[in-house]
Design a protein around this ligand. Structure first.
Ligand SMILES: O=C1O[C@H](COP(=O)(O)O)[C@@H](O)[C@H](O)[C@H]1O
Length: 258
């Protein structure tokens, strides 16, 4: 059967970060409701960097059913969970410590394996298999939502420009020891996992992102890591950005209604 063309990317741009945060929380709450209505749970993957603080609109939101969330990390730095570089620590400080999510619903690295990246990434892949096998039976897991950031070099998750992991087609979780951004050791979702999600949302704010956002949206042929995120049909790709980040972008904005 022929593959269907990917859905067109939806670009939502907001006048400021507060408006972005509010609309993002509304969007996530709706995605959560649709997923729980269909399957009784919500599978979501988070990133580190600037993303966790953009999730503050979820704190105190009565429509969020935290006990139905199953949270994974789209990438994680290979450091102890309490290390300042840990994406889990950032998400805990900025979100999880402020909401009633059961600890067991947050899937973290097995920190007994930090010295063996092969085993560590295999173990995280098995954690995904336990969550997704049978339920969303497919060659790759189908997350309800993957939330990504975009670095100043166009990287996303821990997929960096020119890195051999951009070509990974089989593994769900890969590892690298040569990340150009510290810390060097990381694990990351691969493109097949990201691109099989039902919804992938990039979040980017601030004028520091303006040049790279233009490159990624207006010149996707350049093949920067963020431009390679293309969910397979019926998955949908969204960008939630502020006007400072999208100031130079030609790609058409979509109206977003709360
Ligand atoms: O190193 C990382 O960087 C990216 C982008 O970070 P940002 O601060 O520019 O938003 C992040 O999405 C990823 O999770 C993280 O490990």
């Amino acid at each position: 059967m022929a593959h269907q063309a990917p859905n067109a990317t939806i670009l939502n741009s907001f006048p400021d970060t507060d408006a972005l945060v509010e609309s993002l929380a509304f969007f996530i709450a709706k995605a959560q409701k649709d997923s729980i209505d269909k399957k009784g749970r919500f599978t979501v993957a988070l990133s580190g960097g600037s993303l966790p603080k953009m999730l503050r609109g979820l704190i105190g939101n009565p429509s969020i059913k935290w006990d139905k969330w199953q949270v994974f990390y789209a990438d994680e730095r290979v450091v102890p969970l309490e290390d300042p570089d840990s994406n889990h620590l950032a998400c805990t400080n900025l979100l999880f410590s402020k909401v009633p999510i059961p600890k067991d619903n947050i899937h973290v690295l097995d920190t007994s394996l930090l010295d063996d990246l092969e085993e560590l990434s295999d173990a995280y892949e098995k954690e995904l298999i336990r969550e997704f096998a049978q339920k969303d039976a497919a060659r790759f897991p189908v997350f309800d939502l993957i939330l990504l950031g975009m670095g100043p070099d166009g990287h996303t998750a821990s997929l960096f420009p020119g890195h051999e992991l951009l070509a990974e087609e089989d593994r769900w979780i890969a590892y690298l020891e040569d990340s150009p951004k510290p810390p060097p050791k990381r694990i990351t979702f691969t493109y097949p996992v990201i691109n099989h999600a039902a919804r992938v949302v990039f979040v980017a704010a601030g004028k520091e992102k303006v040049e790279m956002l233009k490159q990624v949206l207006d010149n996707p042929e350049a093949g920067l890591p963020a431009s390679r995120v293309k969910p397979v049909h019926p998955g949908q790709l969204y960008w939630f950005v502020d006007d400072a980040a999208s100031a130079a972008v030609q790609y058409p904005r979509s109206p977003f209604k709360l």
